[in-house]
Design a protein around this ligand. Structure first.
Ligand SMILES: C[S@@+](CC[C@H](N)C(=O)[O-])C[C@H]1O[C@@H](n2cnc3c(N)ncnc32)[C@H](O)[C@@H]1O
Length: 203
């Protein structure tokens, strides 16, 4: 007999594989059709400034996959340390790097090491830097009280353990720190056919 924790563990493993496949596909083949907004069209739709998109490397812009604009309210200041949860191909982290400047720091966390590599390569191409840690937002690989601001774009909805993600965010955030995230919530209970479909959950 499989207990509830085991069942959740195996669903989480299936979901992790699907998330890795889905976002690698956006990064490697951004011209393919996806049933979510992505690339420059999506960023413009969400109000990203054209100057950010012209300055960022084409690869980061084409592979952008988000659901809104976390920069609208992040109010990043020079010298701040920013964590981008689920940094993907790096567009949000690169925009944050530009805002905190050379005295600041941007740290990405992504469960997929190849996305981390892509994001760091894209950041380096702009002359800014970010460090990206392979890891999960449910166990953020950073010490307590270590970041000033957390940004994230369309990632927390992908988690099976959202409460744990929020606890982890407050653990790593310094007292008085800020969170600016854009994400998806549903006002209606989703049907089991949606909840049980890893492809739909992963997107
Ligand atoms: C919607 S994209 C984020 C887009 C990104 N901010 C950008 O600038 O294009 C989702 C990213 O979150 C990562 N991700 C999904 N679940 C995660 C988890 N549990 N922990 C860490 N990263 C996760 C995926 O690997 C993927 O790269």
């Amino acid at each position: 007999m499989i207990d509830a924790a085991e069942a959740q563990g195996s669903l989480e493993a299936v979901l992790k594989d699907e998330i890795i496949r889905m976002y690698e596909e956006v990064a490697d083949n951004p011209d393919h059709e996806f049933h979510f907004y992505h690339g420059r069209d999506a960023a413009e739709r969400f109000g990203y400034l054209p100057e950010w998109l012209d300055w960022a490397p084409a690869g980061a812009v084409e592979s952008f996959a988000g659901v809104g604009n976390p920069h609208e309210r992040s109010d990043l200041q020079s010298g701040e340390t920013v964590l981008d949860l689920g940094s993907g191909a790096g567009l949000d982290a690169i925009i944050a790097s530009r805002q905190v400047g050379p005295t600041g720091k941007v740290i990405g966390v992504d469960l997929n090491p190849s996305m981390c590599l892509k994001a760091q390569t894209h950041a380096a191409a702009t002359g800014t830097s970010m460090e990206c840690h392979e890891g999960r937002m449910e166990e953020i690989p950073l010490p307590d009280d270590s970041v000033d601001v957390i940004i994230s774009n369309g990632v927390i909805n992908l988690s099976f353990r959202k409460r744990k993600v929020v606890e982890e965010m407050f653990r790593v955030l310094r007292p008085g720190g800020r969170i600016s995230i854009t994400d998806i919530v549903s006002a209606k209970q989703l049907s089991q056919s949606i909840v049980n479909d890893p492809k739909l959950w992963a997107s």
